[in-house]
Design a binder for this molecule. Structure first.
Ligand code: ADP
Ligand code: MG
Length: 241
């Protein structure tokens, strides 16, 4: 199971006409693989992630998450699908200033005030994930006590809290220096393999691409797989899907 985008077209209102942000985009991302998406600013990368995240319904085309096609689902059903199956990491970590690193993750389980057992399970999972991103010793810190790179790691751990099938990451390194950016991409790749997520990583930095299983480029709303990555991708598909 995986993420499938098929024939996605998305337009936005633009004065009297409409602006085509995505133009017939198709993409298959198997579980346990990273697809890097490149492209200039304004080419449609974030729109692509928003459609994959089911946050925007496209004008045409289908999104299939873990075998479930989202066409025709109600807003409530989409919200449930997102909560259970999709982890999203936005460009800027939207952490809540008053919560500790561990609490940022625990709120994802939405168990506050429910059974003590569920709360303990959420805490255990939060600590396990903070450990996986190298922040076990920072669990009690609040965002202002963390560096930019550490905040982005909390953001990534939080996106994994509900064991998503699909992990969507939008330019996670844009606020980081090169070394920290490379470490975050390396972490995402490791977690993708360990947790078998179908990961889409939007990045503007080509030096981050060596670990990707598949590389796509978006230009003017059209997506093309970049030659050279296809062989590695086919190998990944054969072994993982
Ligand atoms: P990228 O992430 O590659 O920079 P975006 O997906 O954000 O590109 O934007 C693609 C195009 O769609 C751009 O021309 C942008 O101005 C336009 N756009 C993005 N979001 C909206 C919106 N909510 N309303 C209207 N136009 C939008
Ligand atoms: Mg963008």
């Amino acid at each position: 199971m995986s993420l499938h985008l098929t024939g996605i077209t998305l337009t936005y209102p633009d004065g009297d006409t409409r602006l085509t942000a995505l133009d017939g985009v198709s993409l298959h991302v198997p579980r346990g693989s990273v697809t890097a998406v490149l492209g200039p600013s304004g080419s449609g990368k974030s729109s692509l992630l928003a459609v994959a995240a089911t946050l925007i319904t496209p004008d045409a085309g289908t999104v299939t998450v873990d075998g479930r096609t989202t066409t025709g689902l109600t807003r409530g059903e989409l919200a449930e699908l997102r909560r259970r199956k999709i982890g999203i990491v936005f460009q800027q970590p939207n952490l809540l200033p008053s919560l500790t690193a561990a609490e940022q993750l625990e709120v994802m389980a939405r168990i506050a005030g429910r059974s003590p057992r569920a709360a303990r399970a959420a805490r255990t999972r939060a600590m396990e994930l903070l450990d996986a991103v190298g922040l076990a010793d920072q669990a009690a810190r609040r965002p202002h006590q963390l560096s930019g790179g550490q905040r982005q790691r909390v953001n990534i751990a939080r996106a994994l809290m509900n064991e998503p099938t699909v992990l969507l990451v939008d330019e996670p390194t844009s606020a980081l220096d090169h070394e920290r950016g490379a470490a975050v991409v390396e972490l995402l790749t490791r977690l993708t393999h360990q947790r078998a997520t179908a990961t889409v990583l939007v990045t503007h930095d080509r030096t981050h691409l060596s670990s990707a299983d598949q590389i796509a480029e978006v230009r003017d709303g059209r997506l093309q797989l970049v030659a050279g990555a296809a062989g590695a991708f086919r190998r990944a598909q054969r072994t993982r899907s």
